[in-house]
Design a protein. Structure first.
Length: 476
C-alpha cells in the first residue's frame, strides 16, 4: 500500500522545512508502519501565504457554477477512491473497515451537498427607508484554518473543507498528528479533480508545535476547530488577538433517556452502538443513560446482553463492529477512568478489561451505581464506557441531564408524542434524536451548547459561518 506521507501544498507533495517526521502506529498491531512529514511554523506561514494568493488570484472570483462543477468532481473522485481511503483510515486509527467505507462515502456526500448548496446560497434584498435599494452580499473571508481530530479524520476534514471552499474561501487544514493520511489523500484527490493548487493545503503535524502559529497568523480569517474542550478554549483565547472568527466543535457527555412507555427493548438492543461505536471515541457518544425505574432492571439486562454480542476484533474484517482504540495513550486515559470507577465502588456489569494482549483494545464496559459527582459521570471519557442510572420523574431527570458542562447530543425514547416534544425543548443540547440515535445529517446543523462548542458544522449553517455579510445601500 502507498501512503501519502508528506505535506500537500500548492498542488504537490513536499517534505517539512526541517525534514521532521512522525511515525504512525497501527492500533491493531501496535507496529509503526509509516513516517509522515510534520509541518513546522515556517511551513505554516508558507502554506497560508500561498493559499491567500490562490484565493485572491482566482478562487474568490470564480463563477459559482464553476466552483460547483469542481466540487461535484471532487465528490466523484473521492467516491472512486472509497476503498483506498477506507483502508488508510482503518490502518491509521483502527476503524472497522465497514465503518471506514461508510465514512469515506459520507465525505463524498458532503462535497456533493455543498456543490449543490452553492446555487442556493446568497444574500437578501431589504426594505429600508424610501427610495434607495438595499441588499446583502455573502462574501468569502479569505483563508480558513481547519483543525481536525483523530476520531473521524476524513469526514470531519470534509465537513470543514467542503463548505469553506463552497463559500469561496481557501483552506489550510491540519489533521491530528496520529491520523493525517486520509486528509492528505483528500487534498491530493481534490487537485486531481480540478481544484486549483493552493486552494486546499494539507499540513500534517503536531498541534502543539504549529497550532499557535496557525491560529494567530494575520492572514487567517477563521479557525474551524473540532477537538477537545481544553484545546478549544486555548484556540478561542489565541483567536481573540486578531478577532479571528472561530467555530468550535468540542467534547460531549451526551444523555440517552429511556421512558417506560417507550419501545425499551428496541432501545436496549440499539443503544450499545450509540456509545460503543468507534470504540466510544465519538463526541456524540451517549455515555450517560437515564432509564425510568419501572423498566430499569429489564433494560440493563437486555443492554448488557446486546453489549456482549458486539464483535470486537481486527478492523480489517468486514464483520468487526469495534476495533482497537486509536492510540495507546487514549486507552491509558480511559483505563484511568475505569480505575476511578473501581475505587468508588461502581459495579461493572460487563467489560473493564483488555480482550487481547496485542493492539490497543478495550472491552465495551457498562457501569452501574456511578455517583453523580464521580469522574465517570461528569467527564467525557472518550472510550467504550457507559454509565446507566434509573430515574423516577421527568423534571428531576431533566435537571440531572442538564447538570453537565456539555450539551452536544442526546437521545430520548418514548411513545408519548407530547412528552417527546416537551423534553426535546428542555434538554440543553445542540442535537437530539427521538427513538433512534442518528445525530449527523449532512443537510442539518451540527454542534453544541455550553462547553460543547460554538457555531455549527454541516447544513447551510456551516456555509453561512464561512462568509462575511456585507450590506450595500444604493441611493436612487
Ligand atoms: P485534541 O483537542 O487533542 O486535538 C484536536 C486537533 O487539535 C488535533 O489536530 C490536534 O493536533 C490539534 N491541536 C492540539 N493542540 C493544539 C494547539 N495548541 N493549537 C491548535 N491545535 C492544536 O482532540 P482529539 O484528542 O484529537 O479529539 C478528541 C476530542 O475531540 C474529544 O474531546 C471529542 O469529543 C472531540 N470531538 C468533537 C467533535 C464534535 O463535533 N463536537 C467531533 C469529534 C471529536
Ligand atoms: Mn487529544
Amino acid at each position: 500500500m502507498n501512503f501519502p506521507n508528506d505535506l500537500f501544498l500548492d498542488g504537490g507533495y513536499r517534505a517539512a522545512a526541517d525534514g521532521r517526521r512522525i511515525a504512525l502506529v497501527d492500533p491493531a498491531t501496535e507496529e509503526p508502519f509509516v513516517e509522515v512529514a510534520a509541518a513546522t511554523v515556517s511551513d505554516v506561514d508558507g502554506a497560508i501565504r500561498s493559499a491567500h494568493a490562490a484565493w485572491e488570484g482566482g478562487w474568490r472570483d470564480l463563477a459559482p457554477g464553476k466552483r460547483a462543477e469542481i466540487l461535484y468532481r471532487v465528490a466523484r473522485v473521492l467516491r472512486e477512491h472509497n476503498e483506498e481511503l477506507a483502508q488508510l483510515e482503518r490502518r491509521q486509527v483502527g476503524k472497522p473497515i465497514a465503518e471506514a467505507r461508510d465514512e469515506a462515502g459520507l465525505a463524498g456526500r458532503v462535497f456533493e451537498y455543498y456543490a449543490g448548496a452553492i446555487s442556493q446560497f446568497g444574500g437578501q434584498t431589504l426594505p429600508v427607508g424610501r427610495g434607495g435599494f438595499d441588499f446583502t452580499l455573502k462574501q468569502s473571508m479569505g483563508v480558513v484554518a481547519a483543525i481536525v481530530p483523530w476520531n473521524f479524520p476524513l469526514p470531519i476534514a470534509a465537513w470543514k473543507a467542503a463548505p469553506a471552499l463552497a463559500a469561496g474561501n481557501a483552506v489550510v487544514l491540519k489533521p491530528a498528528s496520529i491520523s493525517p493520511l486520509t486528509a492528505i489523500k483528500m487534498g491530493e484527490l481534490a487537485v486531481k479533480a480540478g481544484l486549483p493548487p493552493g486552494v486546499l493545503q494539507i499540513l500534517p503535524g503536531s498541534g502543539s508545535a504549529v497550532g499557535d502559529a496557525l491560529v494567530t497568523h494575520p492572514l487567517i480569517r477563521k479557525v474551524s476547530f473540532t477537538g477537545s474542550t481544553e484545546i478549544g478554549r486555548r484556540i478561542m483565547e489565541l483567536a481573540s488577538r486578531n478577532l479571528t472568527r472561530v467555530s468550535l466543535e468540542l467534547g460531549g457527555k451526551s444523555p440517552n433517556v429511556v421512558f417506560a412507555d417507550a419501545d425499551w427493548e428496541k432501545a436496549a438492543d440499539t443503544s450499545p452502538m450509540s456509545v460503543f461505536a468507534n470504540t466510544g471515541q465519538d463526541c456524540c457518544a451517549r455515555s450517560r443513560m437515564f432509564v425510568e425505574r419501572s423498566v430499569y432492571a429489564g433494560f440493563v439486562e437486555r443492554f448488557v446482553a446486546a453489549t456482549k454480542k458486539l464483535v470486537v476484533g481486527d478492523p480489517a474484517l468486514d464483520s468487526t463492529q469495534l476495533g482497537p482504540m486509536a492510540s495507546g495513550a487514549q486507552r491509558t486515559t480511559v483505563e484511568a477512568f475505569l480505575a476511578d470507577a473501581r475505587a468508588r465502588g461502581s459495579k461493572f456489569a460487563t467489560g473493564g478489561g483488555r480482550p487481547q494482549s496485542r493492539g490497543f483494545y478495550l472491552e465495551p464496559t457498562v457501569l452501574l451505581d456511578v455517583g453523580s459527582s464521580d469522574r465517570c459521570w461528569r467527564e467525557e471519557i472518550f472510550g467504550p464506557v457507559v454509565a446507566i442510572t434509573p430515574f423516577d420523574d421527568e423534571a428531576t431527570m431533566i435537571r440531572e441531564v442538564n447538570d453537565s458542562p456539555y450539551g452536544l447530543s442526546g437521545s430520548l425514547w418514548t411513545r408519548d408524542l407530547s412528552r417527546a416534544l416537551r423534553v426535546s425543548r428542555l434538554i440543553e443540547s445542540g442535537v437530539l434524536s427521538v427513538n433512534c440515535h442518528n445525530s449527523v445529517h449532512v443537510e442539518a446543523p451540527f454542534g453544541g451548547y455550553k462547553t460543547s462548542g460554538l457555531g455549527r458544522d454541516l447544513g447551510m449553517a456551516a456555509m453561512d459561518g464561512y462568509t462575511e455579510t456585507k450590506n450595500v445601500y444604493v441611493a436612487s
